[in-house]
Write a protein that binds this ligand. Structure first.
Ligand SMILES: Nc1nc2c(ncn2[C@@H]2O[C@H](COP(=O)(O)OP(=O)(O)O[C@H]3O[C@H](CO)[C@@H](O)[C@H](O)[C@@H]3O)[C@@H](O)[C@H]2O)c(=O)[nH]1
Ligand SMILES: [Mg+2]
Length: 198
């Protein structure tokens, strides 16, 4: 933090249960040179990682489906969400985290992953940075059924879709999770599946 136009005055914790919600009071210097006192609430749930698992030969991707309460509260009819595999870093570095999550949630043990982005999804309200990865899978890497950790009340369905089908599902709205849309569009733009002339 090194912006001379920002002076943090006070941080008040509003909620500290599973994650942390703070109210930050700060002075902000406007373009005309004057200082303005502002308040912003900031939700801190740590950073996260996500991965697009893809198979070039089969032209397929592995996605997950699970219940997401906040989306249920805001217009997602049954609350179910189709997403790339993802998890919170907790104590791990992003690569360790995403390999662990891939195995727990999808059952695939992935050895090579490539980081393609580091993105703030909601920079005005949530501190979280998400590390975006891609990684190739094949059937021989399937080591368990996936589904997530029952001990964490996770009940995750593992889906394998043709890339074109998954991409169409963005247009129909069946896929409406930002990290999933970003990675599927990355795959399209980078030509991960089809030659760019197709
Ligand atoms: N009791 C309790 N448990 C919680 C709470 N919030 C999360 N958990 C537990 O913490 C687990 C977190 O699972 P992860 O797989 O590590 O994270 P994620 O929820 O999939 O998060 C990923 O997707 C998010 C949504 O796009 C991303 O925000 C996040 O960075 C990450 O990529 C959940 O399954 C659940 O058991 C809570 O408020 N209360
Ligand atoms: Mg997860």
């Amino acid at each position: 933090m090194s912006n001379p136009k920002v002076k943090i005055k006070k941080i008040i914790n509003l909620s500290n249960d599973w994650y942390t919600l703070d109210k930050v009071n700060f002075d902000y210097q406007l373009k005309n040179g004057s200082w303005q006192n502002q308040n912003r609430e900031s939700y801190d749930r740590g950073d996260g990682a996500c991965i697009l698992l893809f198979n070039r030969k089969k032209n397929t991707v592995i996605l997950t489906k699970q219940f997401r309460m906040p989306s249920y509260l805001n217009g997602n009819k049954d609350g179910m969400s189709i997403e790339v595999c993802a998890g919170l870093l907790d104590e791990d570095d992003p690569i360790t985290c995403i390999k662990k999550e891939a195995e727990e949630e999808t059952g695939y043990q992935i050895d090579k992953v490539k980081q393609v982005f580091k993105i703030y999804s909601t920079p005005g309200a949530v501190t979280e940075k998400i590390y975006y990865f891609i990684g190739e899978y094949d059937d021989s890497m399937k080591v368990n059924e996936g589904g997530g950790l029952a001990s964490e009340s996770e009940e995750i369905e593992v889906l394998e879709y043709d890339f074109k089908t998954a991409f169409e599902m963005i247009k129909t709205g069946e896929i409406n999770d930002a990290k999933t849309v970003i990675l599927l569009q990355y795959a399209m733009i980078e030509g991960l599946f089809y030659s760019k002339n197709n």
